[in-house]
Structure formats: C-alpha cells, structure tokens
Write a protein that binds this ligand. Sequence first.
Ligand SMILES: NC(=O)c1ccc[n+]([C@@H]2O[C@H](COP(=O)([O-])OP(=O)(O)OC[C@H]3O[C@@H](n4cnc5c(N)ncnc54)[C@H](OP(=O)(O)O)[C@@H]3O)[C@@H](O)[C@H]2O)c1
Length: 259
Amino acid sequence: MPLKDKVVVISGVGPGLGRSLAVRCAAAGADVVLAARTQKRLDEVAEEVTALGRRAVTVQTDITDEESCRNLLDTALDACGRVDGLVNNAFAIPPLTDLCDVDFDAIRASVETNVLAALRLTRLFAPALAEHGDGSVVMVNSAVLRHSRRTFGTYKMSKTALLSLAQSLATELGPRGVRVNTVAPGYIWADNLKFYFRHLAQERGITTRQVYEETAADIDLRRLPEPDEIADTVVFMLSPLARAVTGQCLDVNCGEFHH
Ligand SMILES: NC(=O)c1ccc[n+]([C@@H]2O[C@H](COP(=O)([O-])OP(=O)(O)OC[C@H]3O[C@@H](n4cnc5c(N)ncnc54)[C@H](OP(=O)(O)O)[C@@H]3O)[C@@H](O)[C@H]2O)c1
C-alpha cells in the first residue's frame, strides 16, 4: 500500500489513463479527488474507487478556468483536509496537421490545456503539497517527446513545453519538499487505440490482432502497455519509494523508445 492514507488529486479523469490512475491510486491506499468536465464519468470512476474501500471526491472542473481550479483546491481541502499528490493527466488533442499549415488558435488552445493549465493547478496546489514536506506532482507526457513525425508538431510543442515546465518546477518546489516528475507513455492499449486499430484492420482487410502484432513486433517486450501499467508508474512516483526522484521523466512504453 505505497499510498496508504494519502490524498491524490487527478486532473482529466477520462475513460483511458485517467480512470486507471484513479483506480490504481485507490488500490495503493489513497483517497482520490477526481477532476474533469464530465460529471457522469467522474461518478462512474468514483463508484469503482469506493468499491475498493477508498474515498472518491468528484469535482466538475475545467482546468483552463482559474475559478474552477480554485474550487477544485477548496473542495479537496474541505473534503480531505490535505493533498499529498497531484497528477496532471488532462490533455487536449490538437489537430494532426503540419506546423506549416496548422491554425495558430489551435496551437494556443493546446498549449492552454496541456501546459498552462498544468502550471495553474500546480501553482494553486503547491502550498498544500508543501505542507507535510513530501508532496509529489506527476505530469503525464507522451512518447511524442521522442519523435518528430509529420502532423504531430503541435502536440510535440505542447508536450515538450510540459516537460520543461516539470523540470523547472522541480527546481522551484524542491526546497519546499515537493517533487515534480513526468511519465511519458507511448501506445496505451485502451479504448481509443483499440478503436483506431480496428479501423486500420478494416481498411487493410486484416484482423485487429494482426495490426497489434505488427505494431508490437518493433517493441522490445513485443506488446503494448495497458493503462494500469502506466498508472502504476505514476503510483511509484507519487509514493515515498520515489522520495529521492525529482525532475525526472520515465518512459513507460514496453521499450518502444529508449531514453
Ligand atoms: N491515449 C494515448 O494513447 C496516449 C499516449 C501517450 C500519452 N498519453 C497521455 O496520457 C494522458 C491521458 O490520455 P488518455 O487518452 O488516456 O485520456 P483520458 O485519461 O481517458 O482522458 C483525459 C481527460 O482529460 C479531460 N480534459 C480535457 N480537457 C480538460 C479540461 N479543460 N478540464 C478538465 N479536464 C479536461 C477530458 O475529460 P472531460 O472532457 O470530461 O473534461 C478527457 O476525458 C494525456 O496527458 C495524454 O497526452 C496518451
């Protein structure tokens, strides 16, 4: 139970990694505060958390809005009395368009959610995280850090800025006992990817399993990571097991890229 009786706030509780983060943090002993804009999903994930015997507080939040984020902080502290961990998981997928063509407003929107909102939340939660001298922040990044494929430029710009942000915050918050780390998943074998592979399989007249195996053939472990496997790395970073780890980025990709 590496997170026993800790309180972890998770931004961006969606059906993929966000859900897994909530469930795995709870399984590791934490109470969780769940933030996203869709209340129905928050309620569904909260049910899974309570089934594990931990507390889930849901707070409908738009992380691009300052007042909404302040409400998240106030509600978390009112309900739980402390905050030990913050996971910045929410993201906005920018248009997959070359940088030479993409609309500037689309770039701004992606930076707003993927970078500035993570900074806003971390700044707001920093005093609470520093209170017990062992707070931890985890930024969820992406393997887009490791390649420069066409059409991924806007996403890469925002996630690279998020990595820089995490490193600088680690330096700023370290003296207050708050660690700031990053996980960088590659493929995540969850609904979105399953849907995409089904689509590719139909286009090519092959099975989804064949698309999976072709993709996994170039990956060291010959398989794609499950969302719970990414979440468990985040649990490690939040926990005292990682008490000397800050300013680091850990790639969780079954060996697709080495870093
Ligand atoms: N999926 C992948 O294959 C993959 C690969 C590598 C890295 N990642 C990273 O992993 C993280 C999670 O990705 P995921 O696909 O698994 O997503 P997810 O956790 O299933 O969902 C993320 C959630 O973020 C929420 N969100 C977006 N904008 C928000 C806002 N302004 N305020 C509050 N919440 C907001 C959305 O919920 P609402 O609409 O309800 O607000 C969305 O459902 C992301 O940081 C992503 O970059 C994903």
